[in-house]
Write a protein that binds this ligand. Sequence first.
Ligand code: GLY
Length: 578
Amino acid sequence: MAASKWQRWCLGLAWAGATAATSLAASVAPVGAEHGMVVTAQHLATKVGVDVLRRGGNAVDAAVAVGYALAVVYPAAGNLGGGGFMTLHLADGRETFLDFREKAPLAATPDMFLGTDGQVVPGRSTRGHLAVAVPGTVSGLELARSRFGSLPRATLIAPALAYAEKGFVLDAGDAALLATATDAFRQDPASAAIFLNRGQPFEAGQTLVQRDLARTLRAIAQRGPDGFYQGPVATALVASSRAGGGLIRQADLAQYRTREMKPVTCDYRGLRVVSAPPPSSGGVVLCEMLQVLEGYPLKEWGWGSARAVHHQIETMRHAYLDRNTYLGDPDFVDNPVERLLDKGYAAQIRAAIDPAKAGVSKELRPGVPPHEPQEGNNTTHYSVADRWGNAVSVTYTLNDWFGAKVTAAGTGVLLNNEMDDFTIKPGVPNLYGLVQGQANAIAPGKRPLSSMSPTLLTRGGQPLMLLGTPGGSRIITTLLHTIVNVVDHGMTMQEAVDAPRFHQQWLPEPTNVEAFALSPDTRELLLAMGHRFAGPQPANHVAAILVGAPTLGSKPVGANRFYGANDPRRGTGLAAGY
Ligand code: GLY
């Protein structure tokens, strides 16, 4: 980046920070800005997005540029070799959703991860080329740009290309994340050649150059999706899959298409929630939980009170049973979305929640009312809002950090292990401990059920809140906490993101609790009601924006309209605007 441009960044950031809203509690203030806001998990990618906005691009342009930039500067989850979802609210009032989730290869079979004894072969669905599903990211970013963006493809890819070709200096958070995969990189020569420094982990202050990835980005800049799904890059992807025992062939790449779909929507205390439909479980489960909770006076009960926590845990328990039982790719299964989002169903769940006693997950089953019988971390999120009223919420992923921990030789493209998001065997937990059913069984060309939930809230037809996070199954409960914190408890975006969380997903039985989420007395009260607790799971990383004012009931600070919050739980990431 040229010095003058860098100075502009610093000035912009200093200005944005200096004019931020005053905080109401222990959190720092959210980052305030007048014209637009970008929050991502990597500071260079955030700056790429703000630069696009500054140069007159809209939020979709910025989101596309950030998507490509994260593939270079945040290789743990940013990607070309994975997939994701984009939820959009456009300035003209349209709401839409892009599904660029990975698909099972055409040669995939339901029992491909089982041994001859019918048991799951450990690691087969998570490491190596067999775990890789057909990537969707390039198709998704290009569809977003061509349909809703305003700038040329090459302009939006240029910053990513520069970071790949010339390299970028790793900061402590970047180096720490790379170091988590050192052993895995050592086992894959194509990854080792890029992500290790002569066989050793990179250190903060060293420069990561990705020349093969730069070549791949140049092919996409020149030829669009054909630069990835056809031609030399595709040939290299297929060759590397074949060599590694994977199933991806040219026919898989050639037939990949992003789907444009209607988002899932619901109302929560007068606000409109717009989120991810199946093949994500996110929007359905988030809305199901919000509609149950709407019947409880959470504000009156108070944040963190035993009563509020109990009802939130029980709501999560019921909703995750539905998630793991009924939902799957809508091209393959009939998702009972209307039933799950019916206000009457929310009332039935409330009636099934004992106000004084914890539920027992193993006693809640499909077929036990109100649930009908069953028929038949590492991800990354970013949020972008612009001055025209466009709001874009994107979650995309390789599934695990660095995906299947294999790189397609010659392309610089790290590949996902999204096949593990399918039901590998009913009743056997996946990477996120989710115990899932037949609706999410593997089938050729099918998309695995996801929890990724890029979400927007609107008020009076205008964007109000943008949010999302990585974290697999914990994504949906994290968004629930963040929304409830802002809407019910009047927190700023940063306070809502910082506040400690808990997570319950039906199975396993215990609720995972972050440090300080429960006071000792609250914990005592909940234990006496029969709750069981376990320690925290790996941290989420929420990237969120509140539009209008620092809190729902307050006034803007000066001219600032956008208030961004970067989750402090991980050592990378930045909220910035201009
Ligand atoms: N790969 C995590 C998810 O889609 O939920």
